[in-house]
Write a protein that binds this ligand. Sequence first.
Ligand code: ZN
Length: 209
Amino acid sequence: MILRIRPIRRAAHALRIRTEDRTNCQFDKFHVTRGRKSQDVSRGELTKSELAKVKRFEKSYTAAVNKLMSDPSAEAGISVPQILGGQSTGRTDSFTVSGGYVGSALISRTFTADFASKQGQALANTDSSSNTTTVYSTSLSGGGHVQLQHNGPLFGGDYSRQITVVHEGIHGTGNEARGLTDTLLLGYHPLDMDHQIPYNSAAATLLGP
Ligand SMILES: [Zn+2]
């Protein structure tokens, strides 16, 4: 009996790895509030509720990366207002990204779950110098919504999280750095809103239907 059960278990395990666990994306760092202080903690020190939110986001993060890597040659173009020295020049900057390139960037990215910082409705932010993407409380708590076109509908839930992940994956890539006149200012107030829709819609294109 035992001799027959073992090979069956092994086969089931191998199948699971091939179909579901091709890439398993997890947060690397956690920032939380304890009492009146905000502090970094390990995964094991998260509360039950925090861990549930972390796991829910990781599921979307993993699904997004696996979608990108399943069609690595898919491409999306991005056009944003050209910014020079903090001012719009009236022209546009354009560049192209591929699913495989963004997926690889996301796999090597340090992801921080930040429950503590007050960021209003901001969903996430990427610091290319430290190769870190920080996901804020709004998105972790399930309240994050994204828009793919001006005056278009808002998307929430898992799709919003996947768009957010891929949007942040495009930030910090070499294509972005080469494509933008003034990379460092993009994504920061008052220019923040200018890039949301083009980045979100490029993310939707890369994720596919
Ligand atoms: Zn952005």
